[in-house]
Design a protein around this ligand. Structure first.
Ligand code: ZN
Ligand code: ZN
Length: 636
C-alpha cells in the first residue's frame, strides 16, 4: 500500500505493481554489473555471517590508476590545466541549511554514487507529519547511472530515508557491519529486506563503483562503526567526512584513522566535504570517556534509589558505559522503549555491546528486585511525547511507575527546538518526587561532533583544493567556511550550497550548475508526499482557530434554502455557551443564500465565498478569531 502511494506521487502514471517489478529487475542489473568485478560484493550481508564477509575488498584500490606523478608530486603542483580531463558533479539533495536528511550525489562520467540517505524530524509547524524525507525525483531520473549508495553511519539523519528510496529504486547498499544491521532492521519493517542488496565493508577497505572507488576510513562518533570516505574519481579525489569527532580514548574500537586522512591528503584531494555541526564551538569535543566518571559519581550518589537513564538509542557506547557501571555497583539493567530494545539487540548480536552474563533483565521482572539493584535505560531524552520517559513522567507507562526513590539521569542534550518538551518532562518528573540530573548539571553527555580544533586537523591533513561545508544550518556552514579561510583557503575555492545545489569541479575550476529537483517530502502515516504545504496550512489554521462548517440544502430549481443552514463547529468555541453567536452565523448564511436565490446567483463558488467573507467578518468582530469556514451546499 505504501509503495503504491509512492508511485502515484513520483511515477505519475505508474500506479501498478508491475512498475515496481520492472523497476527492480532493471536495478538488479546494477548488481550484475558489480558482480562482474573480481570477487565483488560477495553475498548479501546477514548479521550471522560474522566478520570477514567482505575480505575480498581488501586491496581493491590496486585497480585504481593514477600516474606515479600524481601520488608523488607535492599537492599544489598536481593541478596543472589539462584539457578533456573529466569533471565531477556533486548534487546536494539534503543536509545543507538544515539538520537532517543528509544525502549527496556524486557523478563522474557515466556513474553516480550516493552518500547516505537520511530523514529529518518535522518542525513544530509541520502538524501531524511523522517524518521528512528527501525528494528522490532527481535520483529516479538518473537511476540507470547509479552504482550504489555508501553509508557513513547508522544515525537516522543518514539512513532514515533509505526504505522510502529503496521502495522506488533498488540500489545496492554498502556500509559497515553495525550500520547495515540497523538498516536491515528498517528494511524488514518495510518488507524490503529480501530484495535489497546489503554489502558489508570494513573500515580500511576500498570498493569500486563504476569509474569511482570508495575507501572507508574509520572515524569516531556517537555511534560505533562510523566512517568517512575517500572517493577517488577520474577527476580527482573527494573526501567526505560523514559525522565525526577525534576521540583518543573511545569506548570501543580505535581512535579515528588520522593517518588515512593524511595519506589521502598527500595523494592530492580535489574537494573536501566536511560536517559543520559544531563549527561554532571552539576547542575540542570531550572524549566519550568523561561520561564514565560522571556516571560513576552519580551511581554512588544514587545509593538506595532506582536509577533511570534516558539517552539516544543509537548511542551504543553510552549504553556500554551504563552497563559497565551497573556491573561495578551490582545493579541489573533493563531496557525500555522499542528503539532502545531494537538497537541493543542489533549491537549485541554484532558484538558492539558487551553484556556480562545475568545482568540484563526483562522489564516485567523489575518488581522482583529491590530499587537499589536496578538501572533502567530508556528512550525519551528529547522529551518525545510517545517515548518511554515521557510516558513515565505522565503516568502513562504500562510497566514503570516513577516517583520518590527514582534517580533520573538525562544523558543527552536537547536538540535545538526540543528544549521546551524536555523541560516539561523534567518538571513532571520533579513534581512526582524524582531526583533529576541533566547535562548542564553534570557531564552526563558529550557531543559526537568535531569542534573547531578537530575540524582544523582534518582540513590540514586533507589539504583540499576546494572545500564544501556540509551537515549544518547556514550559520554552521558559514562558520566552517570562515574556519577554512582562517587556515588559508581562498574564498573562491569554498562553496556554500543549499538543498538542490549542484556543482561541477575539476582541476581548473569549480562552478555552480542549475539546481536539481530537491526538497522536503512529508510522511504522514502511510502517506508519502500526499501532505503538501496547502494541507499543512490548513492543519495549522485548524489547530489555531478551529473550524466552522455551514451545511445547507438548496432547491435544485430556484436555489432557495430547503433545509439548514446548519452550523457545526470544532475547536472554535464551546457550543453550549455560544449558541447566540452560532445563531447569528446561521442567520447571516441564510440571508446570503436567500439573497443569491432572489438575484438568480447560482454559481456555488460565488455563493460560498460570500458566506465565507460575511461569516468571517461577523466572527472576527465578535471574537477576534479567524476559524476556517467551510460552507457545504447540496441540491435536493
Ligand atoms: Zn551522526
Ligand atoms: Zn548526522
Amino acid at each position: 500500500m505504501l509503495i503504491l502511494i509512492n508511485f502515484k506521487k513520483y511515477g505519475g502514471k505508474f500506479v501498478s505493481t508491475e512498475f515496481k517489478y520492472d523497476n527492480r529487475r532493471k536495478s538488479n542489473s546494477y548488481n550484475k554489473y558489480s558482480k562482474g568485478k573480481k570477487n565483488y560484493g560477495g553475498p548479501s550481508y546477514k548479521p550471522s555471517q560474522g566478520k570477514g564477509a567482505s575480505e575480498s575488498f581488501k586491496g581493491g584500490n590496486k585497480n585504481f590508476k593514477y600516474s606515479k606523478n600524481y601520488r608523488k608530486k607535492p599537492y599544489q603542483k598536481q593541478f596543472k590545466p589539462i584539457k578533456n580531463k573529466p569533471s565531477v558533479k556533486i548534487a546536494f539533495l539534503g543536509g545543507l541549511n538544515e539538520i537532517g536528511k543528509n544525502i549527496t550525489m556524486i557523478e563522474c562520467e557515466n556513474d553516480i554514487i550516493l552518500v547516505d540517505c537520511g530523514m529529518a524530524f518535522p518542525d513544530g509547524d509541520m502538524l501531524g507529519v511523522d517524518l521528512v524525507i528527501p525528494d528522490f525525483t532527481y535520483i529516479e531520473q538518473n537511476q540507470d547511472k547509479i552504482r550504489g549508495i555508501v553509508l557513513t553511519h547508522g544515525h537516522e539523519d543518514h539512513i532514515g530515508g533509505l526504505p522510502f528510496l529503496l521502495g522506488r529504486v533498488n540500489i545496492p547498499i554498502y556500509g559497515t557491519a553495525l550500520t547495515l544491521g540497523l538498516v536491515g532492521n528498517k528494511l524488514k519493517e518495510h518488507s524490503l529486506y529480501n530484495e535489497s542488496s546489503l554489502n558489508r565493508v570494513n573500515a580500511g577497505e576500498t570498493i569500486k563503483l563504476g569509474c569511482m572507488s570508495v575507501e572507508f576510513i574509520h572515524v569516531n562518533h556517537s555511534i560505533p562503526d562510523a566512517v568517512a570516505f575517500a572517493i577517488r574519481t577520474p577527476a580527482g579525489t573527494i573526501v567526505h567526512t560523514g559525522d565525526f569527532k577525534i576521540d583518543c580514548t573511545p569506548i570501543t574500537g580505535d581512535m579515528i584513522d588520522l593517518s588515512a586522512f593524511a595519506r589521502v591528503g598527500d595523494e592530492g584531494v580535489l574537494a573536501l566535504l566536511a560536517e559543520s555541526t559544531n563549527a561554532e564551538r571552539p576547542g575540542y569535543t570531550q572524549t566519550e570517556r568523561t561520561v564514565s566518571d560522571s556516571f560513576d559519581n552519580l551511581f554512588r550518589r544514587a545509593e538506595h534509589d532506582r536509577i533511570i537513564i534516558a539517552t539516544f538509542a543509537s548511542n551504543v557506547n553510552r549504553v556500554q558505559q551504563i552497563i559497565n557501571c551497573a556491573e561495578k555497583y551490582g545493579r541489573k539493567v533493563a531496557f525500555s522503549g522499542r528503539s532502545m530494545v531494537n538497537y541493543m539487540a542489533v549491537a549485541s548480536e554484532l558484538d558492539y555491546l558487551s553484556v556480562p552474563e545475568n545482568i540484563l533483565i526483562d522489564l516485567d521482572m523489575l518488581d522482583r528486585y529491590p530499587r537499589e539493584q536496578i538501572v533502567l535505560v530508556t528512550t525519551g531524552s528529547q522529551g518525545e511525547p510517545m517515548s518511554a520517559l515521557s510516558r513515565m513522567a505522565y503516568s502513562d507507562h504500562r510497566k514503570v511507575m516513577v516517583g520518590e526513590g527514582d534517580f533520573i539521569i538525562i544523558s543527552a542534550n536537547p536538540i535545538p527546538g526540543n528544549e521546551k518538551t524536555v523541560g516539561n518532562v523534567v518538571d513532571e518528573l520533579l513534581k512526582k518526587g524524582c531526583k533529576v540530573v541533566y547535562e548542564s548539571m553534570y557531564e552526563v553527555h558529550v557531543s559526537g561532533h568535531a569542534c573547531q580544533e578537530e575540524l582544523k586537523i582534518i582540513h590540514k591533513l586533507v589539504k583540499p583544493k576546494y572545500f564544501i561545508p556540509v551537515h549544518g544550518e547556514q550559520k554552521h556552514l558559514r562558520k566552517h567556511a570562515d574556519l577554512a579561510m582562517f587556515l588559508g583557503m581562498d574564498r573562491k575555492d569554498i562553496y556554500i550550497g543549499d538543498v538542490g545545489s549542484c556543482i561541477e569541479i575539476n582541476e581548473n575550476y569549480m562552478k555552480e550548475l542549475p539546481a536539481v529537483p530537491a526538497g522536503k517530502v512529508f510522511v504522514d502515516g502511510l502517506g508519502v508526499g500526499d501532505v503538501g504545504s496547502i494541507v499543512l496550512r490548513d492543519r495549522k489554521h485548524l489547530g489555531q482557530d478551529g473550524l466552522i462548517i455551514i451545511v445547507a440544502s438548496l432547491d435544485v430549481y430556484d436555489g432557495h434554502v430547503i433545509s439548514g443552514p446548519d452550523i457545526v463547529s470544532r475547536g472554535f468555541v464551546y457550543v453550549r455557551e455560544s449558541e447566540g453567536l452560532l445563531d447569528e452565523v446561521r442567520q447571516v448564511a441564510n440571508n446570503i443564500l436567500e439573497d443569491c436565490a432572489d438575484n438568480n446567483i447560482h454559481e456555488w463558488g460565488i455563493i460560498k465565498n460570500r458566506i465565507k467573507d460575511d461569516v468571517s467578518k461577523l466572527i472576527s468582530q465578535k471574537t477576534r478569531r479567524t476559524p476556517m469556514i467551510l460552507p457545504i451546499l447540496q441540491e435536493v
